[in-house]
Design a protein around this ligand. Structure first.
Ligand code: WAQ
Ligand code: MG
Length: 266
């Protein structure tokens, strides 16, 4: 039987600014219910009533969907955000990022990565060797999109995360994004922390060691955050890399292994 897959993407805008967004990949029968669910989420967002909610539904050809495994989760508790950045820097170099490139990543994330010091909608691309910025649009960055967990595994994955104390919706969303990013050709490592002032956990993800959470990776009250994708720019096709991250539908499967968080001292 031919399965009809769809990409559903919701984004809500308030006063001309991005308020919330979410996306799913699922079969036809699930799309109306999910559209209602994501619309509800936009209408009840803590940031206020949106001026507009956009839901986009697009059919996908089953053959274009890439299947990849969700990365395993491990975590580190550190004394403060400075120790967190030191540890994240070590993880990045372990993954193959040069010290210089890692430092550039931290600096741009801490200062606000867009040219005006504001947040970006998407991710920076940084050459893992030279530390140069490589994304074509430094305001927008690269938006990773069209990814989800295999729908029939969502509930069991969420239960596993809940049991591990990782039930916050940001964890699964970031894990899914990292899962897609790690399957991109030329990706060396990802570094991320939120721009939300009260969400202090960030992560480093790499193909060799999965998704490693670091708490804290920023200071409480700090509104700067973002994502860096470190790439091996030798024999790398930038357009292909960006098209993959923005366009290619990816379904992540498997229930991730969750290692309990360990203490790390500098
Ligand atoms: N593609 C590329 N970059 C994105 C995307 C996307 N789809 N969504 C967000 N970003 C960038 C953008 O610059 C945001 O400002 C920044 O990432 C942070 O986004 O294990 O919540 O949604 O506890 O605030 C990580 C830790 C949480 C989760 C990350 O990011 C955990 C988070 P946020
Ligand atoms: Mg945010």
């Amino acid at each position: 039987m031919k399965t009809n897959w769809f990409s559903l993407r919701m984004r809500a805008v308030r006063c001309g600014r991005h308020l919330s967004g979410a996306e799913r990949i699922d079969r036809a029968a699930a799309i109306p219910g999910l559209t209602a669910q994501l619309t509800e989420r936009a209408l009840t967002h803590a940031g206020g009533m949106p001026d507009q909610v956009h839901c986009t539904v697009e059919p996908l050809a089953a053959a274009e969907i890439l299947h990849a495994a969700l990365p395993g989760i491990s975590g580190w508790q550190v004394a403060d955000w400075m120790a967190g950045r030191l540890l994240a820097g070590r993880l990045l170099t372990e993954a193959g990022v040069s010290v210089k490139a890692a430092q550039h990543g931290f600096k741009w994330l801490a200062e606000g990565p867009a040219p005006d010091g504001g947040p970006m909608r998407g991710a920076m691309l940084i050459d893992a060797e030279s530390g140069q910025r490589l994304e074509p649009d430094r305001y927008r960055g690269v938006r990773v999109s069209r990814m989800d967990v295999l729908p029939e595994t969502r509930a069991i994955i969420q239960r596993a995360l809940d049991a591990g104390g990782l039930g916050h919706h940001r964890v699964l969303e970031a894990l899914v994004l990292a899962g897609k990013v790690l399957s991109a050709k030329g990706l060396v490592a990802e570094l991320c922390w939120s721009d939300a002032a009260d969400y202090l956990t960030g992560y480093v993800a790499a193909p060799g060691f999965g998704y490693q959470r670091v708490t804290p990776l920023k200071e409480a009250g700090d509104q700067h955050g973002g994502r860096v994708l470190f790439v091996d720019a030798r024999n790398w096709d930038r357009a292909e890399f960006i098209t993959f991250l923005e366009q290619r539908p990816v379904l992540l499967h498997g229930v991730p292994e969750i290692q309990p968080a360990r203490l790390w001292r500098a």
